[in-house]
Design a protein. Structure first.
Lengths: 79, 223
């Protein structure tokens, strides 16, 4: 089974990389971009298990490694 | 004082650290590979600078989950002293031994230069024999040194005098909140700092300002 984890910076955490990308888009002529926050996506392939088990397992992975919950939020999608 | 340096793939300031410790303590320094699960007996354990695991995922994140870390956490819980410099500081925040996180420098640039540091707190073994308020030179070399913590944690760190070192004279190289360059744990036995005191300990380095920190911890732990 497949799953996708998206990790994003929490509100209020400065994102200098997002700012630089925003500036670059502006210089390419894209107008009206009012903010960009850079995040990370992890595509996981898991041996079969129930959806509930998969969610619990991935949540543990996020808490223990994939996200730093001091500065990041995560969301889990089962695909 | 007995010390041990923990080594990771991608550590690159380990030899500088070992040399500084050996030179100042006059004792051999043990090294521990990250796959070990037990630490040798020592008064001070050091996580050196470098780019463990190529800074993949987040700086220090993978090293912080390596096999040796549970033993280091246990040692810290038991009151043993732990010093993390640069990548070592990043590992300490990733393990939760120190609060907050070290994010990409606000300038997005890797910075390799000398900064001015103020010793802002002298209530740990690392700093108690240093001069409070003294401003000294120290090299930095990092890409992710921008200290972040939520307002509550910052208030706690400031209130409890746990900000050991602050960038001074407008030399904050990374956008770190409150100019924080180094912090200690609640019990004071864990210090994490971005600057490299081990690189300013002999005349050939161009100065010996970094020695005071090592001398402080060594004298305290030898006592």
């Amino acid at each position: 089974m497949k799953a996708r984890v998206t990790v994003t910076l929490k509100n209020g955490v400065l994102d200098p990389q997002g700012k630089a990308i925003e500036g670059s888009l502006g210089s390419l002529g894209f107008e009206g971009v009012e903010g960009i926050r850079q995040g990370k996506v992890f595509d996981l392939e898991l041996a079969d298990r129930s959806e509930a088990e998969a969610r619990a397992d991935i949540e543990a992975m996020c808490e223990k490694l994939l996200a730093n919950t001091v500065i990041e939020n995560y969301s889990i999608e089962l695909l | 004082m007995k010390s041990a340096v923990i080594l990771f793939p991608g550590s690159n300031r380990d030899r500088d650290m070992i040399k500084a410790l050996e030179q100042i303590s006059g004792q051999p320094v043990a090294t521990v590979w990250h796959t070990e699960t037990e630490l040798p007996d020592a008064d001070l354990y050091v996580l050196p600078g470098g780019f463990s695991y190529g800074d993949y995922l987040r700086s220090g994140a993978i090293a912080a989950r390596s096999h040796i870390m549970p033993a280091l956490k246990t040692a810290a819980d038991q009151g043993r002293h732990v010093l993390g410099v640069c990548n070592g500081f990043q590992m300490l925040t990733e393990t939760g031994l120190l609060p907050g996180a070290l994010m990409r420098n606000a300038s997005l640039h890797f910075v390799c230069k000398e900064v001015m540091l103020e010793t802002t707190s002298t209530n740990s073994a690392f700093t108690s024999r240093m001069e409070k308020g003294k401003v000294w030179r120290c090299p930095v070399a990092h890409h992710d040194g921008n200290y972040f913590a939520d307002p509550e944690t910052l208030k706690e760190l400031e209130g409890e005098g746990r900000v050991a070192f602050r960038y001074a004279d407008g030399t904050n190289p990374n956008g770190s909140l409150n100019d924080i360059a180094g912090i200690t744990s609640a019990k004071g036995n864990v210090l994490g700092m971005m600057p490299h005191p081990e690189n300013l300990v002999e005349d050939l380095h161009g100065g010996i300002e970094g020695r005071a920190l090592f001398e402080s911890v060594m004298e305290n732990l030898a006592a």
